[in-house]
Ligand binder design. Structure first.
Ligand code: HCA
Ligand code: CU
Length: 381
């Protein structure tokens, strides 16, 4: 059952390097690799050593770090690139070929027979070197299913470890992913990897559906960085699996997620989005009075993720017109102000009225509560 035994292929150092703001130096790559290894991802995928001299040097260096995660590199499906990949000392090689008619016509110009021929040489070479090998078809969802099946059956017959399907342009819907992976699962012995771009916001859902249909490996990157608006984000994928059953992600050091995202965000010069899964500033912020009251009684009412599992805490926003007296009462208690229910309700009304006039801060709330306490005490005297 692959939903319960999936592998993460962390591709910040490959797909992520294709993000417009990314240009990692060796020390930075090592820092990212070590952080992700410590987090517990099963695989790290590195940029093709054929891309540039430093890409070759860096892949070799990272492959030699002795990390627990298996190190992969990613190359085009040709012998020259495959040789370079093997030379770096990685544990496995992900090879990629375009099978869509557009790629066949406008990119490499090869027929399906030629693709199978080349794939056979490359896959056999890598396997012969004793390395793990994956064969993937670029733009799988705009490829003809018949073509895909012919190619995948051929590489499956060669004993490839994994076949990959790539939603290169983010066009696939969850149901399409489910259907294609199910069809491959019925036909093939190899493990199945899914790589999904997020152009239409389906990357996480598509990855999840791939697992439901029998995929075994999911590609992610930190914050989802990659070509265009990127791929399945590590944090969002973790949130999805946690939401299904938190024991599925207990093998990862979840409390490190924020640190890893901050590291990568800094290196590629972006902010962590306010609505980011788990770590966005609003991810555990509750605002409306009804929400705040229920969360105070039992956080699970409005939280499917427990912030403490990620080393985070929740925040109740109370200084606004949607606030409620239960949340204000809680604030009074935090301030050790022994106000009765009547006073708290009156203070809440005052806060709402003031919030209609201007934006409020928590200080404003505290001041109003203190004033009520003072007048209370004056009346008692
Ligand atoms: C790219 C290639 C790729 C490869 C995915 C894979 C894609 O566009 O640079 O190897 O499975 O999205 O097709 O990232
Ligand atoms: Cu991609």
């Amino acid at each position: 059952m692959s939903l319960t035994s999936f592998n993460i292929i962390e591709s910040t150092l490959r797909e992520g390097e294709q993000f417009v703001g990314a240009n990692f130096r060796l020390e930075e790559k090592i820092e990212i690799a070590q952080a992700l290894d410590d987090f517990g991802v099963e695989y790290l995928e590195l940029t093709s050593p054929a891309a540039s001299p430093h890409s070759y040097r860096d892949a070799k260096r990272i492959a030699g770090l002795g990390l627990r995660a298996r190190i992969l590199t990613h190359v085009r499906c040709n012998l020259e690139d495959a040789r370079k990949a093997v030379d770096t000392g990685v544990a496995g090689v992900d090879v990629l070929f375009g099978t869509s008619s557009a790629l066949r016509r406008f990119s490499h110009g090869k027929s399906i027979e030629e693709i199978i021929d080349t794939a056979t040489q490359v896959v056999s070479f890598i396997k012969g070197q004793g390395l793990e090998v994956r064969f993937s078809s670029e733009d799988s969802f705009r490829s003809d299913w018949k073509d895909l099946l012919v190619v995948y059956r051929a590489v499956d017959g060669l004993g490839v470890d994994r076949v990959g399907i790539a939603d290169t342009v983010g066009v696939a819907s969850p149901r399409q992913v489910y259907d294609l992976v199910s069809a491959l699962r019925r036909e093939l012995k190899a493990d199945i990897e899914f790589h999904g771009h997020n152009d239409s916001g389906c990357a996480i859902a598509n990855s999840f559906c791939a697992l439901e249909a029998g995929a075994t490996h999911i590609d992610v990157s930190v914050l989802g960085i990659g070509e265009r608006n990127g791929i399945t984000p590590l944090g969002g994928f973790i949130a999805r699996m946690y939401a299904l059953d938190k024991s599925l992600v207990k093998r990862y050091k979840l409390e490190k997620l924020r640190e890893i995202e901050s590291l990568v965000a800094r290196l590629v010069n972006v902010d962590i989005p306010f609505n980011n899964y788990i770590t966005g500033i609003a991810a555990f912020t509750h605002k409306a009075g009804v929400h705040a009251k229920a969360v105070l009684n039992n956080p699970a009412t409005y939280e499917i993720l427990d912030p403490r599992d990620f080393g985070l805490s929740r925040y109740l926003s109370i200084a606004h017109r949607l606030t409620g007296w239960n949340a204000i009462k809680h604030r009074a208690e935090q301030l050790n102000l022994a106000l009765g229910e009547q006073a708290v309700k009156a203070a809440t009304l005052q806060i709402k009225q003031l919030a209609d006039e201007r934006p409020l801060s928590l200080d404003d709330v505290d001041t109003i509560l203190q004033q009520w306490m003072d007048s209370y005490e004056t009346r008692m005297e």
